[in-house]
Design a binder for this molecule. Structure first.
Ligand code: ZN
Length: 265
């Protein structure tokens, strides 16, 4: 069903309450049923297009080697972790479908509550004073934003999936640190101030091989697991640029042993 259908049902419901008022539970229940029916067809994102979106990211990042190039790691290492990345795809498809479903139910419930609140406030016999237009608009607004919200959730889920593929790749193939990247300069992007602040800062991957071998040190930096992941918070579009080599680190993060190891090449 289309949004027009929901609007039509809503218009009829409002007109009916204006005429009769809240004279019976039955009247309210009947309109609630009709509105629910119209609202349920009111979807922007289906499980199918969710799956398609996440799968296309997987294809670009894994099958076509996007991650391989971005991380600059040997192909054999990348192939080894392919099953893990594949599992992540399945996990994300399930989680995202669940999230969108919960989101919908919540939005519909909120709209129905608002409608019921309004309807039960109309005295028996109806009311001349009902501002039909305003009431109609405010109830409709909540439901109209539903497809938009679903699209936002989908974009957010796509970002989270990309970040997590990158994270799996990095931690499984020997990254030692990561540089936080924020889009805080991008027009229209509402960056979290602390994320903008992190832009360009290095975070160390705990227990990485270079730390274990005494080649590098924290030097006042934090571990990646001390803070949230990029794209973990809702609508966050930050990302990590992962570092794999000692020579990618600033000198003060190296130990003497580390410096010697770089010199040896
Ligand atoms: Zn962020």
């Amino acid at each position: 069903m289309s949004i027009q259908t929901f609007s039509d049902v809503l218009r009829r419901a409002i007109a009916d309450f204006e005429t009769h008022g809240f004279d019976s539970e039955e009247r309210l229940a009947r309109w609630q049923r009709e509105l629910m029916g119209a609202a349920e067809g009111h979807t922007a994102i289906t499980a199918d297009n969710l799956k398609r979106t996440l799968t296309s990211i997987y294809t670009a990042q894994v099958t076509k080697g996007g991650l391989l190039r971005a991380h600059n790691i040997p192909a054999w290492k990348f192939n080894q972790i392919a099953p893990k990345l594949q599992r992540e795809l399945q996990r994300r498809i399930m989680a995202a479908a669940q999230l969108i479903k919960l989101n919908r139910e919540e939005m519909i419930a909120r709209t129905m509550r608002r409608f019921s609140g309004w309807a039960t406030s109309i005295p028996i016999g109806g009311s001349e004073a009902v501002d039909r237009k305003e009431e109609n608009a405010s109830i409709k607004k909540a439901l109209k934003s539903l497809p938009y919200d679903e699209r936002r959730v989908m974009i957010d889920q796509a970002g989270k999936f990309k970040a997590s593929l990158s994270n799996i790749t990095a931690t499984e193939t020997g990254a030692i640190a990561a540089v936080w990247r924020s889009h805080f300069r991008a027009a229209g992007y509402n960056a979290r101030p602390d994320h903008a602040e992190r832009d360009g800062k290095i975070f160390v991957i705990r227990d990485n091989w270079a730390m274990q071998n005494g080649l590098m040190k924290l030097d006042g930096h934090q571990y990646t697991d001390d803070i949230e992941m990029p794209a973990e918070f809702v609508y966050c579009q930050c990302r990590y640029k992962y570092l794999y080599n000692l020579r990618d680190l600033p000198d003060e993060m190296l130990t003497d042993k580390g410096r010697a190891s770089i010199k040896r090449g």
